[in-house]
Design a protein around this ligand. Structure first.
Ligand code: B12
Length: 266
């Protein structure tokens, strides 16, 4: 007997979530052309390095005043926003312990009740549009200053959003190290660079220790400039190559040995 596949009720909503014309019109990251262009040389078979062993060499002084914005991606538009962004919250707490200045933009916290939401039968309201999300980020950076690090956080379902937010961040905060962590990054690792070339780094698995090294690297990239930071050797051991004059980093995650971060801070 032949099976007939019926369209799922939720798909109509998902298809309506499109990247706006303005967001599409943003320029993609400028890559060096011709002789200046260096190919991405991937270090074959790089061995796993637990981030706890790397940050053992860092102290609070290394992260003092480093500004970090963590951006949590929207999910489940039809549901009320009843999930706190626990991953970014843990990372922000760790960063604060290390003397950095973290902020969180939770794009999932917003549900807009308007004619569009009513037309699309979303009684809890709709997500922000990409343009609205970009406006929110612009206001956030105007208030909190230029950032050393922007960390994107989202599940495997957030690729479209991360493409859009990465592109916007590259334009609004070109100096910042841009790194994706959580489910999407853990699933695709370096493969994510093909879809989101604006990214400087991806971080897989638990970020509790890794975020300290990522913030340290971000400080090096902003203060020394990308080229000198790469030459300094300070981006080791997670630097896998260079792309368009900027570093390509793949951060290993791992469970922290001790859940009390203060015991691990040098
Ligand atoms: C609670 C939960 C939800 C909540 C949402 C929570 C939220 N706000 O993210 C709800 C119920 C909404 C949900 C929905 C879904 N979920 Co869910 N969920 C979970 C669950 C049980 C806990 C997540 C959590 O809070 N963990 C605790 C926090 C502290 O950890 P974390 O968020 O992972 O953050 C850590 C790292 O990821 C990392 N990190 C996070 N952000 C960043 C950012 C940077 C820059 C860096 C460096 C690191 C980093 O560091 C953090 C600390 O170590 C996990 C299973 C699990 N045990 O983790 C599944 C899990 C995350 N869900 C999963 C899936 C598949 C889904 C759905 C797609 C299921 C579906 N088919 O509908 C939907 C999403 C629907 C959609 N439209 O997008 C998968 C994710 C797979 C993936 N690769 O993304 C998981 C792992 C379950 C599984 N094993 O399959 N989920």
């Amino acid at each position: 007997m032949a099976l007939t596949l019926l369209p799922l009720a939720g798909t109509a909503v998902a298809q309506c979530v499109t990247v706006s014309h303005q967001a599409r019109a943003l320029p993609t990251v400028q890559l060096k052309q011709g002789a200046a262009a260096k190919p991405l040389t991937v270090v074959a078979g790089r061995r796993y390095v637990h981030p706890g062993s790397v940050i053992a060499n860092l102290s609070r002084r290394d992260l003092e005043g480093v500004r970090v914005t963590l951006v949590n991606m929207p999910l489940r538009e039809a549901a009320p926003p009843n999930n706190a962004p626990l991953g970014p919250a843990i990372l922000a707490a760790v960063l604060r312990e290390w003397g950095a200045v973290p902020t969180i933009v939770d794009l999932n916290a917003y549900r807009i009740r308007d004619d569009d939401a009513a037309r699309r039968d979303l009684p809890n309201g709709r997500h922000l549009t990409p343009d609205e999300a970009q406006g929110l980020l612009e206001r956030h950076f105007a208030k909190h200053g230029d950032q050393h690090l922007i960390g994107l956080s989202g599940k495997i379902t957030t690729l479209r959003w991360q493409e859009c937010i990465a592109r916007a961040c590259r334009v609004i905060q070109p100096q910042a190290l841009l790194v994706s962590g959580n489910g999407l990054a853990t699933e695709f690792r370096a493969g994510l660079f093909h879809w989101i070339p604006e990214l400087d780094g991806v971080a897989h698995s638990e970020g509790d220790d890794a975020i300290v090294k990522i913030a340290y690297d971000a400080k090096q990239v902003v203060e020394l400039g990308p080229e000198r930071a790469m030459e300094s050797g300070r981006l080791e051991p997670y630097l896998i190559g260079e792309h368009g004059g900027r570093p390509r980093l793949v951060y290993d995650g791992g469970r922290p040995a001790d859940l009390d971060p203060s015991t691990a801070i040098g």
